[in-house]
Each structure stands twice: as C-alpha cells, then as structure tokens.
Design a protein around this ligand. Structure first.
Ligand code: PMP
Length: 397
C-alpha cells in the first residue's frame, strides 16, 4: 500500500509532535516558492553570496577527494581545521580557544545554533531574542520547550539591542540571550561601546550569550567586535561562526561553535548522536580557506560595499528610507509611506513588476512596515531591480 492510501487510516496530527506542528514554516522560503512559479522574476531576496567559492578552496575539496579522504572525521572536526579556526580567532580578535576542547566544527552555523540552544534550554527556560532577526532562534527555542522573550529593536536605534531593553526583559528564568550581530535582516552592527553596555547588564548574571557572528567578516565601517572580547564575557559566550557568508560557501554546509569546555562538551554529545561529523570534503576546503582568509574575503567585501552604497542610495531616492547598514549584505527599508503591509507590498511588487523581496514580517512581527533586500547580487542585477522598483513606486507619488 502506498503512503497516500494509508492516509485515511493514520491520524498524523495525533502522531506528530504538537510543538513541531505549531511551528510556522520559514517566511523566507514560503515567499520564494511563489516567485519560482513566475517567469522573468528578478530577485533581491536570497540571503547567500552570488560569488562562487574561490577556486583554490574548491580545488582543495577536489584534491581531498582525489586523495580518497572520504571517511568520517573526528566528531569535533579535523584537528587541523580546529587549529586553523583557533589561530584565526587569536589573530583576528585576540581570543584564545583551545582547539581540542573549546572548538567544534558543525554543519553550517545553523547546526551550531541548534546545538547551543538544545544544550542549554530546558522546558520553561526563557531565551531573549532581539527581533527582527534570523528565523531559527525562536522555533528551536520552542522545540526545547523554552519560552522566547522577544525584544523589538527599532529603526531609530539603528536596530541595535539597547541595554535598557535587555535589563527590562531579564527574569529569574532567563537562561540565554541571543546576540545576532551583524544582523540579518537589518544590517545592524553593535559597536564596542554598545556591547560594553550589554556586558554591564550581564556581568553579574548567570546568563549565557549565543553570539551569532556568522557575518563578522562583512562589516563596512569599523571591524567587527565580538562580545567575547570584553572583560569577563568569553566564559559566558557561545560564539557561532561559519564559512557560508565570509567565503561564499553556503552549499558546503560548514560552520563552528566556540564555547567554554563544559558547554561545548554537551553540544558535542548532541552532534555525536545527530550528525557524527561534519562533511569531510568541506572541512578540507575550509582548511584552505583559513590559510589565507583575508586574501579570499577582502575582494568580496569590497564588492559588497560598492553594492551597498548603490542600493542604499537607490531606495532612499525612491522614498523607501533605510539607514546605512554597516554589516552583512542586507538593507531593511521602510515601506510605510505606501500604506501597504509588508506582505501586500511584496505581493504587489512581484505581481506588477516581477521583483521579489522578502516581507519584514518573515523576521518577526515587528518587521511589519519593512522589507528585507539583499545586495548579494551583481551591480547590473541591482540596477535592473532598482529600475523596476522606480516604475512600481510611481503609483505612490
Ligand atoms: N545566522 C544568520 C544570522 C544567518 O543569516 C544564517 C544564514 N542565512 C545563518 C546563521 C546560518 O548559516 P549557515 O548555516 O549557512 O552557516
């Protein structure tokens, strides 16, 4: 009997986990399925680099296959890669992490985020999540029986997390603060002085920080500062990084977590049972990436910066105001002047001009009135998209 024939008999709703069923699918994907069904759509929606992984990094992956390196690696990841990550954090941020105790290699930053939340959160624990933000923190928290406590970040604060809002959100049940900067979808960064204020609130508290620094190499003003660099904060921080964004390696699925040994040990256990080890070919490629990180990243960063300036100017000129984002590769303009909701705006724009953006509400309810626009696209593509947008915006003059 096939599955369809079985359906009348099986009560899947009863069988399936209640929390999983209650979780909504990602608002980003939902929207793109719609766009895919249409012809001649151009998109500024996707959150991944348009560059191919630099050739030498791909070559290193190929070489490892030629050398028959097709087996599992150690659960934690290849020693050489853990050492390379350790060296990078020392050189770049002056942070010391022991390769054999405080570092693990994961399937994208995504897995590291999942492991961190699962290792820490028991039913009833509260997780503070600034929004609008990346889509996974809230559902994973819910899957653990945790309670997401949302802090709305605002355009007038350049979408930074304010220390006073954090202080007001903390209760006796707070276990974890998610700190996702540079931010997807807003492009906001937290400078050292902003982080100092956050650290001040947390210094005397037994609360861990999940610092999602996946965009740490993509900043366009001052270099990225990690909260782990501040006095007393490293022991409170699980730092998540990865290769997807900095090295244009999304499809290789490789990231990592850096954390105090006692925490990492528990995360490693979940990884051991759920994953075994991260993709071997990707780990060899990543060793190559780390061998000359600035050499690979700098040209892409410079190109993103050119695109950033073009797109910010373009949106502001059309009255869709956005602040200057200083990190990642997104802008988060306000569409309030159109009188439409984010969803309506995106639907109408797609239907009338075949331009796909992502509604701000995909990143939390407080994203209403905004859209996320990615500039991980060529200057030519962005220019074409701006022309379509200009035509579309005429009706709101
Ligand atoms: N964190 C943020 C803020 C992201 O935007 C993304 C991907 N869009 C990730 C984590 C996960 O990236 P990956 O799993 O590819 O490393």
């Amino acid at each position: 009997m096939n599955a369809a024939a079985n359906e009348g008999f099986m009560d899947y709703q009863k069988l399936l986990n209640q929390t999983v069923q209650e979780i909504k699918p990602s608002g980003i994907r939902k929207y793109f399925d719609l766009a895919h069904q249409m012809k001649d759509v151009i998109s500024l929606g996707v959150g991944e680099p348009d560059f191919a992984t630099p050739w030498e990094i791909r070559q290193a992956g190929i070489d490892s296959l030629k050398e028959r390196k097709t087996w599992y690696t150690a659960n934690r990841g290849l020693e050489k890669l853990c050492c390379a990550i350790s060296k990078y954090y020392m050189e770049r941020f002056g942070l010391c992490y022991a390769p054999n105790a405080e570092i693990m290699v994961t399937v994208g930053g995504s897995e590291a985020l999942d492991l961190a939340i699962r290792a820490l959160i028991s039913p009833g624990d509260e997780v503070i999540i600034p929004q609008p933000s990346f889509v996974c923190y809230e559902p994973i928290t819910r899957l653990c029986g945790g309670v997401p406590v949302i802090i709305e970040t605002k355009a007038e604060d350049s979408f930074k997390l304010r220390a006073k809002d954090l202080a007001a959100a903390i209760t006796e049940k707070t276990k974890l603060l998610v700190l996702p900067f540079p931010a997807n979808p807003t492009g906001a960064v937290m400078r050292k002085e902003d982080l100092e204020e956050i650290a001040e609130v947390l210094r005397e508290k037994e609360i861990m920080i999940l610092s999602d620094e996946i965009y740490c190499e993509l900043t366009y003003g001052s270099p990225h500062v990690s909260i782990a660099q501040l006095e007393g904060m490293q022991e409170k921080t699980i730092l998540v990084g990865g290769f997807s964004k900095s090295f244009a390696m999304t499809g290789w699925r490789l990231g990592y977590a850096l954390a105090p040994e006692a925490v990492l040990k528990q995360m490693l256990k979940i990884h051991q049972f759920a994953i075994m080890s991260s993709p071997t070919t990707s780990q060899y490629a990543a060793i190559k990436a780390m061998s000359d990180y600035e050499g690979y990243i700098a040209p892409m960063r410079e190109e993103y910066d050119r695109r950033r300036r073009l797109i910010v100017e373009g949106f502001n000129r059309l009255g869709l105001t956005c602040f200057q984002p200083e990190g990642a590769f997104y802008i988060f303009p306000s569409i309030k002047k159109t009188g439409l909701t984010s969803e309506e705006f995106c639907q109408k724009l797609l239907q009338e001009e075949r331009l796909a953006l992502v509604p701000g509400t995909a990143f939390g309810d407080c994203g209403e009135g905004y859209v996320r626009v990615s500039y991980a696209y060529s200057l030519k593509h962005i220019t074409q998209a701006l022309e379509r947008l200009e035509k579309f915006m005429k009706q709101f003059d």
